[in-house]
Ligand binder design. Structure first.
Ligand code: G1P
Length: 289
């Protein structure tokens, strides 16, 4: 069955990025001129997704408005002869069918995904974290790479990224059983382990493809790290009963939800930008730091 549905959890407080996240969703933080969540939706659409559920919370209205149509602004741009800019705005609201649901209490990523149960029904689905941009280094978007693994092996699959040992405490980490190439089978998962307790240096990297059975395991998942319901803990329960896989993806991850990576990503994407790239490169060369 072709995977057509995706869930984008975007309800978190964004406390690592205060004070901007006091009133602005962290998913709306820009990379040059585009909010990170737009890149996430574009990745899903390029992977073949047609329907997206965003799990939001209070204070996230800017996300809804970004994906709604803005007729007045489009008309104003058209009147000024800026038809291409108007068409680009229209495209944002017509890329996919976008649905919203509100997480009632901040009980963690696993709890947020649980809100997708009726949207998903009995189909496999993708999960893309709304604050992280992942750029594929091949023709296939990273979510598409996971879909291929799901189809080949018939089990849920997470994107993996090798990280330095001193950084494993920031991530969910897989206990892998080696397989062919870039796909491993999961023996277990640990959420944000200390370097000594980490079963590997392969971190869960913001993209997942799950079968609908994940909801049964989420129902059985007790509160874990941070007193929250963690998707990583539900995955650990699942691998005890069903095969699950990890794929070391061909791609580069940019976590916009933390300050240093946000700045680095903006510099990198700014350098590539046709309008400002040259000027930014010149200015960086002149900086005496
Ligand atoms: C979440 C997940 C974690 C994963 C990380 C990056 O953590 O809980 O397992 O490795 O995203 O994909 P967060 O960054 O929300 O703390």
């Amino acid at each position: 069955m072709k995977i057509k549905k995706a869930v984008i959890p975007a309800a978190g407080w964004g406390t690592r990025f205060l004070p901007i996240t006091k009133s602005q969703p962290k998913e709306m933080i820009p990379v040059v001129d585009t909010p990170v969540i737009q890149y996430v939706v574009e990745e899903a659409v390029r992977s073949g997704i047609t329907d997206i559920l965003m799990v939001v919370s209070g204070g996230k209205r800017a996300i809804e408005e970004h994906f709604d149509r803005n007729w007045l602004l489009e008309a104003a741009l058209n009147e000024k002869g800026r038809a291409a800019a108007a068409a680009a705005l229209e495209r944002i609201s017509s890329m996919a069918n976008i649905h919203f649901v509100w997480q009632k209490e901040m009980n963690g990523l696993g709890d947020a995904i649980r809100y997708a149960r009726s949207f998903v029904g009995q189909e496999p689905f993708a999960v893309l974290l709304g604050d992280t941009l992942v750029e594929s280094t091949t023709d296939v978007p990273v979510t598409g790479q996971l879909m291929d693994v799901y189809e080949r092996f018939g089990g849920s699959v997470v994107a993996l990224e090798r990280v330095p040992r001193e950084k494993v405490h920031r991530y969910g980490v897989i206990d892998p059983i080696a397989m062919d190439g870039n796909v491993v089978r999961a023996r277990g998962f640990v959420e944000k382990p200390s370097p000594e307790d980490a079963p590997s240096d392969l971190a869960v990297a913001s993209r997942y493809v799950f079968g609908p059975e994940i909801f049964d395991f989420l129902d059985r998942t007790p509160r874990g790290k941070g007193n929250e319901i963690q998707i990583t803990d539900a995955m650990r329960l699942m691998v005890a009963e069903l095969p699950m896989f990890g794929c070391v993806v061909d791609g580069v991850r940019y976590d916009i939800g933390n300050k240093l990576d946000f700045i680095k990503t903006n510099v990198l994407f700014g350098l590539r930008h046709e309008e400002i790239g040259g000027a930014l490169r010149g200015w960086l060369r002149e900086l005496d730091v």
